[in-house]
Design a protein around this ligand. Structure first.
Ligand code: ADP
Ligand code: MG
Length: 833
């Protein structure tokens, strides 16, 4: 039977020793349970101790055996010193009792319980329950004898139990010590754990604080980012506002520039007006010298003109000054705008950088938030584990360090961002200040523009009034000069004439070099004839006499006022009269290099029309070109070579002339006129006489109708400019013409004398003016007479060869001119000699 089986049997027997076995087990269990957490800790040693103590542990279990088996007893004794001493003590204590027993039972050999159990095979209960029964009559000696073995067994059992009890007591003490040791170790362990728990809790608290701080900083960061974003949007809005203001400034500048340009144009016009006024004034003055007696009333007017001129000049100077200061302001404004633009671009770049930084910070913040969340998660995990692992603590410490580093970095980033924000704020404040100053400048400029507009309106009014005065004065001057004027132009001796020996190239004309006829008078010397007639000197005076050296430019300068009259709404006729080769076509058309009256007049009309556009005048111009050949009208602008059409002339009650089927061309630029002239010249009838290689046998009439419309005042003007290159005036008999040529010459002579008659009748203010005597006078009827202006160029050849013809032309001219008002005319025929 083994120990375990014995143990299981013991509790049933109710032996106290069984309780030892039952106590021993919980101890071992508790030790085993305690051993788990201390495997690597200080308890590990105790576990080893417990392992060492294991043999002792086994000792309290019942060891069976008897002293009869010393080997076994020895083996047991060898297991530990305490067992030996225990056995010794048992022996010592059993001594007296054995002695007692010996005195009573005599020779009974002392056997151990182990020997008895091994020998008899009975257990403790068997011995204790043993009952002896004796048959009746059994002798008491027998009964005593029968009791002897039982007593022996009981004695052995008693000893055994005693020694067991003693051993158990020792074991119990030992166990108690061991237990105390274990419990103190457990207490130390508990305390240690408690300290560690507190440490962990403290660290947890720190981490929590850190986390809270982190969260706070995160919130702050978020708030700052939000603020940054708000400030960014505010800045963007401010920038947009600045951009808007800039655009406004730009628009204002453009408007100002435009108004300046308009103002400059008006100033130029005013200057032109002033110039014209000056010119008129000069003219007036020159006339005043000759008309002092009759023109005292005109003096007042002249003074008025002078005053108006001075006023206008003053205004022009003042406006000029304002324009200059405005130009300076404009230049400065432009510079400022450019600077502002640069700043705006720089601000945009800064904004982009700031935005990128913000994005970075945002990303970092998100990372930090993610880290914090992760740390939180880790914390939660750690909390769950309950500080089980010191490694986690270290990891946490590491995390803390990382977080602290991140925190430091973020703090730095925040500081940088704050600085940048401060910088951006400063930039915005500066931009705002700039915008404010710009706005102030704009307001100032606006005020200036307004005041200028006021003075401009004033000036415009004055200009308009000035223009009215000018027109009035212009007309007065024209009236004073005479509505019918005669200018004499003497062409130079041509190279061919000078070279031709047969040609009498000696000058037949002489011009006064001083006196009151300077520029107005000329003397023609007609050579005597073979019948003894002496040289004849004839002196003439006209409105102007142009000697051979006078350029086209100078000639036009003298008639430009008449062209201006056409633009003012008058009807104007300029004729070129003279024999073939005297320079009529040269004067009227001129050459490409030396343009004559027609191209120059066109140029002036276009230029003046453009200038008057600033005063809201709009002009519409139509041109026509015709020739009158043998009293028939031919359309020079018709595309067909000779359409053979009969062109009828009619006049309506308002004085508008219509020529049936005549080509009218709208002309808006001088180049168009040039083309028309070229086309007309090609078509013009050109004949050949032996007086001149190319002789014009027809009258050419260039007509330009000018319709003006003032969109502001509603005023309307309707002017007509007729420029007529008359056919050669040479006498028929001298031209040697016959047949068709004779017919031509007769028609020419008839129409020219009719023209002279009409002009004379008009000048004399006769009741009947014979307009119908020729096609030319009938055609020009509305443009001759009334308040219309007529100028006759007397073209004269300079040499003696043409002296007779020149004399005829000059006589024709002086007949017309003699009728003029107030101008003293001298038509002196100087006697021979
Ligand atoms: P008309 O038309 O009267 O017959 P032209 O105009 O054809 O005469 O002139 C005849 C010639 O004299 C032309 O060759 C022309 O160029 C020249 N001529 C006329 N007048 C001048 C002048 N003032 N200066 C220079 N050349 C002139
Ligand atoms: Mg000609």
């Amino acid at each position: 039977m083994d120990d375990s089986r014995r143990e299981s049997r013991i509790p049933r027997s109710g032996i106290p020793g069984a309780g030892v076995g039952a106590q021993a087990k919980p101890l071992e269990t508790s030790r085993a349970a305690n051993a788990v957490p201390t495997a690597s800790g200080p308890l590990g040693k105790r576990k080893a101790d417990a392992a060492d103590a294991a043999p002792d542990n086994k000792r309290p279990t019942f060891s069976s055996g008897t002293g009869a088996r010393p080997t076994r007893s020895n083996t047991t004794g060898g297991a530990g010193g305490r067992t030996t001493s225990l056995q010794g003590a048992t022996s010592a204590r059993t001594g007296p009792s054995a002695g007692m027993g010996g005195s009573e039972l005599g020779p009974i050999a002392e056997e151990t319980w182990d020997d008895i159990r091994d020998k008899t095979g009975q257990g403790v209960e068997d011995v204790l329950n043993k009952k002896l029964s004796f048959p009746k009559g059994t002798k008491p000696e027998r009964k005593v004898e029968a009791f002897v073995p039982l007593v022996k067994e009981l004695k052995a059992l008693g000893r055994h139990l005693h020694s067991s009890s003693q051993r158990l007591e020792l074991d119990v003490e030992q166990w108690k010590r061991h237990s105390a040791e274990l419990s103190s170790a457990a207490e130390a362990e508990r305390k240690e754990w408690h300290a560690k728990q507190e440490e962990v809790a403290a660290q947890m608290g720190q981490i929590r604080e850190l986390l809270e701080m982190q969260e706070q900083q995160n919130k702050q960061l978020e708030a700052e980012i939000k603020a940054g974003e708000e400030s960014l949007s505010a800045k963007e809005a401010a920038l947009a506002a600045v951009t808007g203001k800039l655009d406004g400034v730009q628009g204002e500048l453009e408007r100002t520039t435009k108004s300046l340009e308009e103002r400059e144009a008006k100033i130029r016009e005013m200057e032109e007006v002033v110039r014209t006024s000056q010119k008129y004034s000069t003219t007036l003055q020159s006339y005043n010298t000759s008309l002092q007696a009759d023109l005292t009333s005109e003096k007042a007017r002249r003074d008025e003109v002078q005053k108006a001129k001075d006023e206008l000049q003053g205004q022009a100077a003042e406006l000029g000054g304002r324009v200059r200061s405005l130009e300076q302001l404009l230049a400065y404004e432009r510079e400022q705008v450019a600077k502002l633009r640069e700043e705006r671009e720089a601000a945009t770049r800064d904004l982009a950088m700031l935005r990128a930084d913000l994005d970075n910070t945002r990303q970092e913040r998100e990372r930090a938030v993610a880290d914090a969340a992760k740390a939180k998660e880790d914390m939660e995990k750690l909390r769950a584990v309950g500080g089980k692992s010191l490694e986690t603590l270290e990891a946490l410490n590491n995390d803390k360090a990382t977080m602290e580093a991140q925190l430091a970095m973020q703090t730095k980033t925040i500081a940088t961002m704050r600085e940048e924000l401060a910088g951006a704020k400063e930039g915005r404040a500066m931009a705002d200040a700039m915008a404010d100053s710009r706005a102030a400048q704009i307001a100032e400029l606006k005020a200036q523009v307004e005041s200028l507009q006021g003075s401009l309106a004033d000036a415009e009014k004055r200009v308009y009034e000035g223009e009215l005065i000018r027109r009035k004065l212009h007309n007065i001057i024209q009236d004073l000069k005479g509505n019918i004027r005669v200018y004499c132009r003497v062409r130079p001796v041509s190279a061919a004439e000078a070279a031709d020996a047969a040609h009498d190239s000696e000058m037949s004309l002489d011009f006064p070099s001083s006196g009151d006829l300077l520029g107005r008078g000329l003397t023609v010397v007609v050579p005597g004839n073979l019948s003894g007639q002496a040289h004849q000197k004839h002196q003439f005076a006209f409105d102007r006499v142009f000697s051979p050296g006078t350029s086209q430019d100078m000639v036009f300068d003298e008639i430009s006022e008449l062209v201006q009259s056409a633009l003012d709404g008058h009807k104007v006729c300029i004729f070129a009269y003279g024999q073939t080769g005297s320079g009529k076509t040269y004067t009227m058309l001129g050459s490409r290099d030396q343009p004559g009256v027609i191209p120059r007049a066109m140029q002036q009309i276009f230029t003046s029309g453009q200038k008057l556009a600033a005063q809201d005048w709009r002009f519409n111009m139509q041109a026509s070109m015709l020739e009158i050949y043998n009293e028939d009208i031919r359309d020079l602008l018709s595309r067909k070579k000779d359409d053979g059409k009969k062109h009828n002339v009619t006049h309506d009650t308002s004085g508008v002339t219509t020529v049936s089927d005549l080509t009218l061309v709208d002309v808006n630029r001088p180049e168009a006129v040039e083309q028309l002239l070229a086309q007309a010249m090609e078509k013009r009838t050109v004949g050949c006489t032996h007086l001149n290689e190319q002789s014009s046998r027809s009258h050419m009439v260039f007509t330009m109708r000018i319709e003006g419309d003032n969109t502001a005042t509603g005023a309307k003007v309707s002017g007509v400019l007729n420029l007529i290159d008359l056919a050669g005036s040479e006498r028929v008999k001298e031209s040697g013409a016959t047949g068709q040529r004779l017919k031509e010459a007769q028609a020419i002579n008839k129409s020219l004398s009719a023209l002279g008659d009409v002009i004379m009748a008009l000048a004399n203010k006769q009741e009947h003016v014979p307009f119908r005597n020729s096609k030319l006078t009938y055609l020009l009827q509305p443009c001759l007479g009334g308040d219309s202006k007529t100028l006759m160029f007397l073209n004269v050849a300079p040499t003696r060869e043409f002296a007779h013809e020149s004399l005829c032309s000059l006589r024709f001219g002086s007949k017309v001119n003699a009728c003029e008002i107030n101008v003293p005319k001298k038509n002196v025929v100087v006697p021979r000699g």
